[in-house]
Design a protein around this ligand. Structure first.
Ligand SMILES: [Zn+2]
Length: 476
């Protein structure tokens, strides 16, 4: 465990890989591009799942499960969708030792099979809205992969809804974008930008795609969640019709929305440091680790007695772990729990016992506080809240420090190569300009921010007229 992480300043990308492996969050699988999520990483995902699932249910959604295998003919029904996904699909051609009559796609996403089922289940306006979500795995054959951020198989949730009007579908699309935003802010301590994707970046088969875009510590952007208004594209391809109150047959309006295990990568990249994982308390697998410190046996018995009191005082209030190992020195335990991202370290030695307090060390900056034993139950949860708030504040400062208003294309390139970050620039709305900038600078339009004020300006590339700024960035 004494291994050291590569410093972020030396090689950010290696630091990330070192951290994921050494903090035992994930490991490489035998198949290239796949990963094994280890218990410490999976606990983060479970906490993400739990919080989001509650938010979905509070807004009227139910969970269901659809199959992994999708008939090839389904994939081909929506023209744009198949064009977007076919190149990265894994296809099963044999089963039970025989060649299949129709190849089966391993789902890259589930619109096709879900809307096929919706066409059976939706008959009347009384069946609407239909608000389902599924927690599942999907496979997209990626060429360049990275633990958590881009893997061939990943875990996610995909919501799929059907509505009677376009306006209702748009309202749902924005509602779910807002849920992703609030989750990122309140649980992940990340304050991403909400916005609309340009046509070239929109989901294959959608009318409009919205996303939340976060900044990582190397100032690159990471798309952390997407919400799509699918219009009637899939309803028409899969014949999802209902009888309206007036007795007319109408096509439904659909939305879909998703976040994935990529969020674990975002959380690591946004907050962690050269000593290891820094996890926001609301999602951390271990919020509090207790390290008993005793050299002699008689000291040890006394220390462990107080450790038991601590455990009782904090039970049910925080996710706590007592590291009772005797063969590992306290110093090594400190390093190990910093690496694994325990938010607070409670050190308890004979001197602490005598003084009637416990020494609390914050994962964020190693600041120390002596908390009297009779205040532990109140003060420790409070300190976790303070740490959560400090992480959000640090994130906001980073994002605003590295967001630049840029007017001139020369500066645009310089800033991208130097500081990176979010570049707020005018764009004429032309796909040619967008593509040209992408080729020349590797920066893409992350989104057209929803809260961007109207402002007259000229396109950073062609000098054509523009009425608002968009966000350009190099992205993961
Ligand atoms: Zn332009």
């Amino acid at each position: 465990m004494a291994k050291n992480l590569t410093a972020r300043s030396e090689d950010y990308s290696r630091w990330y890989n070192d951290l994921v492996l050494q903090a035992e969050l994930a490991d490489y699988a035998p198949v290239k591009g796949c990963m094994v999520i280890r218990p410490n990483g999976y606990a983060l995902w479970e906490n993400i799942q739990r919080a989001l699932d509650d938010m979905f249910k509070e807004t009227g959604h139910s969970n269901a499960y659809f199959p992994l295998l999708i008939p090839e003919s389904f994939m081909k029904k929506e023209a744009e969708h198949v064009k977007g996904f076919a190149p990265e699909c894994a296809v099963v051609t044999h089963g039970g030792g025989k060649k299949l009559e129709e190849p089966l796609y391993i789902r890259p996403t589930s619109e096709t099979i879900i809307y096929h089922m919706y066409s059976k289940w939706i008959q009347s306006y009384r069946d609407l809205p239909l608000l389902l979500n599924q927690w599942a795995n999907v496979v997209r054959w990626e060429m360049r992969t990275r633990l958590f951020l881009r893997t061939t198989e990943f875990l996610w949730q995909e919501g799929h809804t059907a509505h009677t009007t376009d306006a209702e579908a748009e309202e749902e699309t924005l509602r779910m974008l807002d849920i992703y935003y609030r989750f990122a802010r309140d649980f992940m301590a990340i304050d991403p930008i909400r916005g609309l994707k340009t046509d070239s970046e929109r989901f294959a088969g959608a009318v409009r795609t919205y996303s939340i875009e976060a900044m990582m510590q190397d100032h690159r952007a990471l798309q952390a969640g997407t919400s799509h208004n699918l219009g009637q594209n899939f309803a028409k391809a899969f014949d999802v019709q209902y009888q309206s109150e007036e007795g007319k047959m109408e096509y439904v309006w659909n939305t879909s929305w998703g976040v994935s295990t990529r969020l674990v990568g975002a959380l690591i990249m946004a907050h962690s440091d050269d000593n290891g994982l820094v996890a926001p308390p609301r999602l951390a697998p271990v919020q509090v680790v207790v390290i008993p410190i005793a050299r002699k046996d008689d000291e040890r018995a006394e220390v462990l007695r107080v450790v038991d009191q601590l455990e009782t005082a904090l039970k049910g209030r925080v996710r706590l772990k007592v590291d009772r190992r005797t063969e590992v020195s306290p110093g090594r335990k400190f390093n190990e729990w910093e690496l694994k991202g325990a938010c607070l370290r409670l050190e308890l030695g004979p001197r602490d016992v005598a003084a009637g307090h416990v020494t609390v060390v914050s994962r964020l900056d190693r600041s120390k506080e002596n908390v009297p034993m009779d205040q532990v139950a109140v003060r420790i949860p409070e300190m976790l809240d303070e740490l959560q708030a400090a992480l959000l504040q640090n994130y906001r400062k980073m994002q605003s420090d590295h967001t630049h208003k840029v007017e001139d294309y020369g500066c645009f390139n310089e800033i991208l190569d130097d500081d990176g970050g979010f570049l707020l620039s005018h764009w004429c709305g032309g796909a040619e300009c967008e593509a040209k900038i992408k080729t020349e600078t590797k920066a893409t339009i992350r989104c057209i921010p929803l809260d961007a004020p109207e402002e007259q300006g000229t396109c950073v590339s062609c000098k054509g007229p523009s009425s608002r700024r968009v966000i350009f960035a190099r992205a993961y």
